[in-house]
Design a protein around this ligand. Structure first.
Ligand SMILES: [Zn+2]
Length: 203
């Protein structure tokens, strides 16, 4: 009787360093490429191709999709904060609040969140880009916040409030801009009103 079957082996296809999603930056990984074999008497004889591949972290033994090679939390964090800043700048423009005190309020609020220094020039550049691109409020807020959680949207609304009304005087143009941005993000009007009330109350 001839006994045949298939077997999967896990040979190493490569090694390197990656930012492990579980245990942190610059960890050694092993790239595993599963191969399927046709076996005769339990001995692999003919390769049947690649069954799948993955990364194994040598530090924590976690296994990850090949996508993890592109995982860069520092870059993702910077990209997220850039987005928060540009959206706040857009709200500042639409509320007619492009004034030195508002620019500084935005910088201070962002610095509190990110712990990074934000140069005044960065905000002026955002304004220029937004004006050149003729960025519209609703489509931009809609497309740029699609992957935000409800908490992320709340954070953005608080950031905009700090930018538009640093002295906690929320005027009609601020209300209108916040409601338009909120509607584009799918945030109900009463949630916007609560955020405004909290800001005015100094919370
Ligand atoms: Zn790890």
């Amino acid at each position: 009787m001839i006994i045949f079957g298939t077997r999967t082996t896990n040979p190493t296809a490569g090694q390197g360093l990656f930012n492990c999603p579980r245990c942190g930056p610059q960890k050694p990984y092993t790239h595993k490429k599963q191969k399927r074999w046709f076996t005769l008497y339990f001995i692999p004889v003919i390769p049947l191709g690649t069954a799948g591949e993955y990364l194994e972290c040598d530090a924590c033994a976690g296994t990850f999709d090949m996508e993890a090679l592109n995982h860069d939390p520092a870059a993702e964090r910077a990209e997220m904060f850039d987005r928060l800043r540009r959206l706040s700048v857009l709200a500042m423009l639409f509320a007619n609040r492009y004034q030195p005190e508002n620019v500084n309020a935005l910088r201070a609020a962002l610095q509190e969140i990110t712990q990074d220094f934000i140069a005044e020039e960065v905000v002026h550049q955002d304004v220029q880009f937004a004006q050149q691109a003729q960025a519209q409020l609703e489509p931009t807020f809609q497309s740029q916040t699609q992957d935000f959680s409800a908490d992320g949207k709340s954070l953005l609304i608080r950031l905009i409030l700090s930018t538009l009304a640093p002295t906690r005087q929320v005027e009609a143009q601020d209300h209108q801009t916040l409601h338009r941005a909120g509607a584009a993000m799918g945030v109900p009007p009463d949630v916007i009103e609560q955020a405004i009330a909290a800001h005015v109350a100094g919370q």
